[in-house]
Design a protein around this ligand. Structure first.
Ligand code: UD1
Length: 331
């Protein structure tokens, strides 16, 4: 095979499947590697799926060679924060050790570019509630630490080899494919927008607001919610940037402004046209009052232009996907 390919690890998962779809639409050759532990076969639209693990040295080596991979987009990871606290080695194993394996195979195969799915969880609880790329890295859970360790491996490997990378630190990703084909399908999600939309369509009896006594305007937590379609497009911008010879970079991926829990719930009620059964509960351990991106750098460096910076659009697309799942459960 003479033409090159992009390997997407975790391409059957929520964010990876949206990026895969956009890459295929852009005419790229894409191969997905996913162990289907949380992803869904049906989410891989238009790309070949290889079922397997990022930690499998022989398999990754073979895929890189067989598909002439010159770029990797690495999404495969465990992402549930409370679970990472209970079972840290599961997180260091999959998120850190498997990333080490992927990186060592990539260097050996002379892969040129790697785009990494990192997280705002590397900032922990930033003092002002706003996190820039220069804010201290102080993760407060093993999930954040496991991702930060991979950032460090990437940083040092890019210095020592020809590999160039972009690490994108995601803020609160929500919403689904505007075409209604894919979305966040796992039934185990704890994310606010997903949980609220599940309650709206009757999959949950009620939902809780975790804390109403935060030092925020309405007492509930503030987050920077970013549409998954915009997040996905940032990866294509990062690809173009690296192909043009851009230097390795670590960039926040958020809109730079946020909404409270109450504002999100009001948007879901508006979109669904009925009120939700909401209970006010205590704070959830480890939740910062406010986590908003300082997000100028990604626009300047990558030329990224978000198209869906609107809470109502984000919520509507999530709600549409929940309705879709009622009729067609993910498989
Ligand atoms: C999420 C991700 C984290 C990621 C971070 C980036 C998880 C569990 N967390 O964190 O990996 O690094 O975004 O910013 O995947 N809330 C409620 N009721 C609910 C659920 C949430 O009140 O039922 C509140 C939370 O207290 C918080 C806000 O809603 O204030 C958002 O919470 P959530 O959607 O779980 O995301 P984060 O915890 O911010």
């Amino acid at each position: 095979m003479s033409s090159t390919s992009i390997l997407v690890t975790g391409g059957a998962g929520y964010i990876g499947s949206h990026v895969t779809r956009q890459l295929i639409e852009a005419g790229e050759n894409v191969v997905v590697l996913d162990n289907l532990s949380t992803g869904f076969k049906s989410a891989v639209l238009g790309a070949e799926l290889i079922v397997g693990d990022t930690g499998d040295h022989d398999l990754v080596t073979k895929v890189l060679a067989d598909y002439n991979v010159d770029t990797i987009m690495h999404f495969a990871a465990h992402i549930i924060v409370p679970e990472s606290v209970e079972d840290p080695l599961k997180y260091y194993g999959n998120n850190t050790c498997s990333s080490h394996n992927l990186l060592s195979c990539a260097v050996h195969a002379k892969v040129k570019h790697l785009i990494f799915s990192s997280t705002a969880a590397v900032y922990g609880i930033p003092e002002t509630g706003h996190a820039s790329e220069e804010s201290p890295n102080q993760p407060i859970n093993p999930y954040g630490s496991s991702k930060l360790m991979t950032e460090w491996m990437l940083r040092d490997t890019s210095r020592a080899t020809e590999l160039k990378h972009v690490a994108l630190r995601y803020f609160n990703v929500a919403g689904s494919d505007p075409g209604g084909r894919i979305g966040l399908s796992t039934s185990k999600s704890t994310l606010l927008v997903k949980v609220a939309c599940e309650a709206a369509v009757g999959k949950r009896d009620k939902l809780y607001i975790f804390g109403t006594d935060y030092p925020t305007p309405d007492g509930t937590g503030l987050r920077d919610y970013i549409h998954v379609e915009d997040l996905a497009s940032a990866h294509l911008n990062a690809l173009t940037y690296l192909r043009k010879g851009g230097e390795s970079a670590t960039l926040n991926c958020g809109y730079g402004h946020g909404y409270s829990v109450r504002e999100v719930l009001a948007a879901v009620e508006k979109a669904h046209g009925s009120s939700l059964a909401i209970e006010e509960g205590p704070r959830r351990a480890g939740d910062p009052p406010m986590l908003i991106a300082v997000a100028d750098r990604i626009q300047e460096m990558l030329g990224w232009k978000p198209k869906y910076d609107d809470l109502d659009i984000i919520v509507q697309s999530q709600l549409d996907w929940e309705k879709h799942l009622l009729k067609y459960p993910a498989e």
